[in-house]
Design a protein around this ligand. Structure first.
Ligand SMILES: Nc1ncnc2c1ncn2[C@@H]1O[C@H](COP(=O)(O)OP(=O)(O)O)[C@@H](O)[C@H]1O
Ligand SMILES: [Mg+2]
Length: 241
């Protein structure tokens, strides 16, 4: 198997506040790893270490065989799609330009290629193509969220990092997006690390689930592993058992 992400005994802190304690994690090509755990346990911090937004205070992060401490982070981030709750679209760019931003950095795209990509991506996230000329402020929160997902997926990245990306959308759309994500992953073999606080979503998406507690990976396994042998009462509570 091909290791795409390796986190080796990494700790992280914000000033005096230590938030990750010697966390290790290996993700293979094509896995969909879901991270779940209570608010504040360090999920977002762990994800941000993978694209170098957070630098570990000790330990090493290796992506596609390259140590982050030694690689060009700008080039690396182009291979990594990043979708966060709240979307964070570029406010001064239309939906079309937001979606085409990263692929446009890779190669010069014709207007036709852009239109085709935008149409395909908007269909995937179930938005009408007419929205493509709007600016983010002219969209609802849920629509912005879906454009953010479309943008992350359009990057044709080998790795997708998703931080509660479906948190702000309604239940029906959320189910649809989960299906789309699974089918995208099946088609492209993209490696995904996905944070959620919804156990049903974790079970539906995750080929492997990591349960975090207080800056540590407390238990990991398939949904079946976790249901059959939860480590303790903390895990049982998280699983609603
Ligand atoms: N930029 C920051 N500065 C200081 N503390 C932070 C910052 N970001 C997160 N924290 C703290 O680090 C801990 C872990 O946060 P985070 O990784 O966002 O957790 P989660 O995503 O699991 O809710 C929390 O206690 C949070 O308050
Ligand atoms: Mg978070």
């Amino acid at each position: 198997m091909n290791k795409v992400i390796e986190i080796r005994e990494c700790s992280a802190a914000y000033g005096e506040n230590a938030v990750l304690h010697k966390v290790s994690l290996t993700v293979e090509q094509g896995e969909l790893v879901v991270i779940i755990g209570p608010s504040g346990c360090g999920k977002t911090t762990l994800l941000k270490m993978i694209n170098g937004i957070v630098t570990p205070s000790e330990g090493e992060v290796i992506v596609n065989g390259e140590a982050l401490a030694e690689c060009n982070l700008v080039a690396l981030r182009r291979q990594i799609g990043y979708a966060v709750q709240g979307a964070k679209l570029f406010p001064h760019m239309t939906v079309r330009d937001n979606i085409c931003y990263v692929p446009g950095l890779e190669k010069k795209m014709t207007t036709e290629e852009k239109q085709h990509l935008v149409k395909r991506m908007l269909e995937m996230v179930q938005l009408p193509v007419q929205l493509s000329s709007r600016f983010p402020r002219q969209l609802s929160g849920g629509q912005q969220q879906r454009v953010g997902i479309a943008r992350a997926m359009a990057a044709n990245a080998r790795i997708l990092l998703m931080d509660e990306p479906f948190g702000a959308v309604d239940e029906i759309t959320r189910k649809g997006l989960q299906e789309e994500l699974l089918s995208l992953q099946e088609k492209t073999g993209v490696t995904i690390v996905f944070i959620t606080h919804d156990i049903d979503e974790a079970f539906k998406l995750g080929s492997r689930i990591l349960i975090m507690k207080e800056g540590c990976i407390w238990q990991e396994g398939t949904a079946k592993d976790l249901m059959e042998s939860p480590r303790d009462a903390f895990v049982r509570k998280l699983l609603n058992r």
